[in-house]
Design a protein around this ligand. Structure first.
Ligand code: HEC
Length: 175
């Protein structure tokens, strides 16, 4: 074996080591998965505050407990779903749907320059917290024939929040 031969062997060993380490590094890059800091599925223990939407029809529904699930701040975000069709600000204009400033505590279908559906005119109720909640779960089920084409808010916190938010947009908010 001459010097040249030994050099070749050393080169081959170095080359092999580099390849093995290289694959390891590349694999790390490709397969590196960031560990989430929080578990994806957090199991929430049911709290006493949880009230079910169904209980509203059974009479045991407590509107105070229900509203306590929400916040005005969150409601402002939820209202983005409504803002395609509604303005809630004071002095706002009707869009596809009527302006909603001060709607809570007011008679339904009472915006004079808005053309309501027959169904909503016939509905003829005051927008109490309970009525509003029932309506927002599934508008077309609560008022058959309404032209409000909105699927509804299934989430209680979202509903409670958006109701609180609308109530805050009023000259005379409900207590
Ligand atoms: C796709 C458009 C659309 C979306 C989205 C929508 N609405 Fe409406 N909304 C309407 C229309 C149209 C009416 C009038 C219904 C009628 O006359 O039957 C209405 C009526 C109402 C009324 C009755 C107002 C009154 O003067 O009696 C309330 C309250 C209301 N909407 C709340 C909401 C809330 C809260 C959201 C969001 C969670 C929402 N709407 C999302 C179109 C919409």
């Amino acid at each position: 074996m001459n010097g040249f031969e030994i050099n070749k062997i050393i080169a081959a060993v170095i080359f092999t080591v580099l390849v093995v380490f290289g694959i390891d590094k590349i694999a790390d890059l490709i397969f590196y998965v960031e560990k989430p800091s929080k578990a994806a599925y957090e199991v929430e223990a049911p709290t006493a505050k949880t009230v079910s939407a169904e209980s509203s029809s059974s009479g045991s529904f407590n509107i105070k407990d229900f509203l306590a699930l929400g916040s005005i701040e969150h409601g402002k975000k939820v209202f983005k779903k409504c803002s395609a069709c509604h303005v809630v600000a004071k002095g706002g204009k009707n869009k596809i749907g009527p302006v909603l400033y001060g709607v809570l505590g007011k008679k339904s279908a009472s915006i004079s320059d808005y053309k309501y559906s027959k169904a909503l005119i016939a509905y003829n109720k005051v927008w109490s917290y309970e009525e509003m909640n029932g309506f927002l779960i599934k508008p077309t089920a609560h008022i058959k024939g309404t032209k409000m084409a909105f699927a509804g808010l299934k989430n209680e916190k979202d509903r409670a929040s958006v109701i609180l938010y609308m109530n805050s947009q009023s000259d005379s908010p409900l207590p």
